[in-house]
Design a protein around this ligand. Structure first.
Ligand code: NZQ
Ligand code: ZN
Length: 384
């Protein structure tokens, strides 16, 4: 196992009805900015529920944070928060709203151009504290310190992380996920699956617990994901999915093990240039990435084949083939296409995608930093 520092200060309030506990979590006298997305929380009543609970606090609202939150929109919230002297942020929504709120939290006290936090990794030395009410299990943003922000004008989708950007608390009420459209349920399962894969399907590090946790989370997604689509109001299914997605990217399974993240970096360029949902990009890239890197990932692929898919007999190459095929079939069974052609994208799109990776400095990716532009090009080609 590699050396590691594990630090996760986020308090989780899990279960039905936990929004009622919000007042106890907020600092007394806080001036709160509630941030939300395109309106799902208005329609579902979650926003009203939150506001009613916070009736004794000074509350300002900012809606309109889009999926794949943009710098352009987030800066409007930064101006509002500065004007209103906001000292606590409360994100109500999915990963995009929580990620966007992390950027707002860092940008409010930032001196200079906040875009440099992303473009130049300018250090974040202060951030407004924030919490979240999660409505979409997928990204893990509710219990991690990372965020991904898009600048529409320049077609950049960039990630950043900072130790000041863990939510102080996150409310995880599984009943708030009943209203999700099937596409978002499936996206959430795929995103969590790929987060686990990117921390597990690398090379052996003799990290027994991390491996077993990762396998347990994958098996839970495989068992519960299809049930959430068939039986949307099943509390136990939703609860298990929600906690799985959180644990998939809160630092626990990634502690002390090599991490990949190449699939995510290629995926971001597909979102920026072609507008695919985050999880759709991952469903396309992961099977192709595993195929392209099957030699480097061989030992973990065999372990994955055996422990997750029960493939233990016969030729080892055939087992790896079958494990990759099962992965693809699982995503497809949830209704998420796993080929670029499924989104109307042809091989002619590949050069521009590779050029974006180059422009963003994504030229040495993967657990051994061996994935250069040629490998990425082959992955995109395999994904057509
Ligand atoms: O915008 P509204 O109207 O709220 O609707 C949203 C949105 O259209 C809707 N939705 C959310 N909760 C709902 C609901 N509809 C009905 N009922 C509910 N309960 O779902 C749509 C998608 O929401 P979004 O927040 O965009 O999805 P997700 O949670 O998948 O977040 C994706 C973003 O997170 C980033 C991605 O890159 C992408 O920008 N990621 C963040 C990570 C992190 N912070 O660690 C890691 C991930 O790998 C990922 O990159
Ligand atoms: Zn993801």
């Amino acid at each position: 196992m590699q050396n590691f520092t594990f630090h996760n200060p986020t308090r989780i309030l899990f279960g039905a009805g936990r929004i009622a506990d919000l007042p106890r979590e907020l600092p007394a006298g806080a001036r709160v900015l509630i941030t939300y997305g395109g309106g799902s929380v208005v329609k579902t009543g979650t926003l009203d529920e939150v506001k009613t609970t916070l009736k004794d606090f000074a509350v300002v609202e900012f809606g309109g944070i889009e999926p794949n939150p943009t710098y352009e929109t987030l800066m409007q919230a930064v101006e509002l928060a500065r004007r209103e002297k906001i000292d606590f942020l409360l994100a109500v929504g999915g990963g995009s709203v929580i990620d966007g709120t992390k950027f707002i939290a860092a940008a409010i006290p930032f001196e200079g151009d906040p875009w440099t936090i992303l473009s130049e990794r300018a250090p974040v030395r202060a951030a407004v504290p924030f919490g979240s009410v999660l409505t979409l299990p997928a990204t893990g943003s509710e219990m991690n310190n990372g965020a991904v922000v898009t600048r529409r004008a320049t077609q950049d989708k960039l990630a950043f992380a900072n130790r000041l950007l863990f939510p102080v608390f996150s409310v995880l009420d599984p009943t708030k996920t009943y209203t999700l459209p099937a596409r978002q349920v499936a996206n959430g399962v795929v995103d969590a699956f790929v987060h686990i894969a990117e921390q597990y399907l690398t090379y052996p590090a003799d990290a027994k617990v991390q491996d077993r946790f990762a396998e347990g989370l994958l098996l839970t997604l495989i068992e519960e994901g299809p049930k959430a689509l068939k039986d949307p109001d099943n509390y136990e299914v939703r609860a298990n999915l929600m906690w799985t997605a959180t644990l998939a990217l809160n630092g626990l399974i990634g502690a002390g093990v090599p991490q990949d993240w190449a699939t995510h970096m290629l995926g971001h360029e597909l979102t920026v240039l072609h507008g695919l949902d985050h999880a759709q990009t991952l469903a396309v890239v992961l099977p192709a990435m595993l195929q392209e890197r099957r030699v480097e990932k061989r030992e973990k692929l065999l372990q994955y084949a055996a422990r997750v898919w029960g493939l233990t007999d016969g030729d080892e190459e055939a087992r790896i083939d079958a494990a990759i095929a099962r992965t693809r079939d699982f995503f497809e069974s949830l209704g998420v296409p796993t080929r670029l052609s499924g989104y109307g994208i042809g091989a002619d799109a590949v050069p521009a995608l590779v050029a974006q990776l180059e422009r963003h400095g994504m030229t040495a990716l993967g657990e051994r930093r061996e994935i250069g532009l040629d490998v990425s090009r082959r992955v995109f080609e395999l994904a057509t």
